[in-house]
Design a protein around this ligand. Sequence first.
Ligand code: ADP
Length: 271
Amino acid sequence: MDMDGNMNLGMGAADAPFYLPQGDEREVFTAAHENGLPVLLKGPTGCGKTRFVAHMAANLGRPLYTVACHDDLAAADLIGRYLLKGGETVWVDGPLTRAVREGAICYLDEVVEARKDVTVVLHPLTDDRRILPIDRTGEELEAAPGFMLVASYNPGYQNILKTLKPSTRQRFISVEFDFPAQELETKIVAEESGLDVDRCKALVRLAGKLRGLKGQDLEEGVSTRLVVYAATLIAQGMNTDRAIRAAMIEPLTDDEDIKRGLLDLVTAVFG
Ligand code: ADP
């Protein structure tokens, strides 16, 4: 792709990325897709939201455009803009416009990070009109069948300025995500890293203890992503302590005292 957004085309159910469901999220997503309803995935970072969308897009046989939102992301980055090409000005669709035209799934990861004008664009797409007005070209696109808008956000960040307005969030079917239960997370970590189940289980137990410290010493608990990283390093032959420090302790805090406390937990779990 030439603008923001990654595309995964032509993926079928057979090569859908591995995803272990936590509940009925696949059924809810499928029903929303069938009915042209937008979906909001709420939950902490690294708990499987992005993987879930990739898995569902492949299963539903829809192309997927993923956009990682950031505080400089403006509506034009999603819709498109005029660009100079070989001395000529040509209109180039952004990822949202492409998805609307092609009937693809457009996934806006961490949508609250984006600039305010982005929500304005999303509103007419999330009601039953399902249209995308493109002011710059004068077009008003009706979403092709199969188009679906998916957004994610992490309600954990206690930032009052960066929460979704009720007028926006009430336009989406919402699915809540959390870190998987220990047994599920062990399976995920083993599948993703190739490390044996016993050692994965111990890492997941440690993750549970670290998550218990959220709100006291830590702003965010350790993500499933980080547990997978630790297991991957260990599976590659790295010493367990070193891998845990690199993947599950250092990413959580810069405070030396807190780090020492976290390392005590490691000793308690691993002996
Ligand atoms: P998020 O989008 O919530 O920040 P990701 O979807 O990127 O998180 O998940 C991070 C990693 O965790 C994935 O790359 C995958 O390895 C693993 N993961 C988390 N949950 C699951 C799950 N239910 N099934 C399979 N892998 C998972």
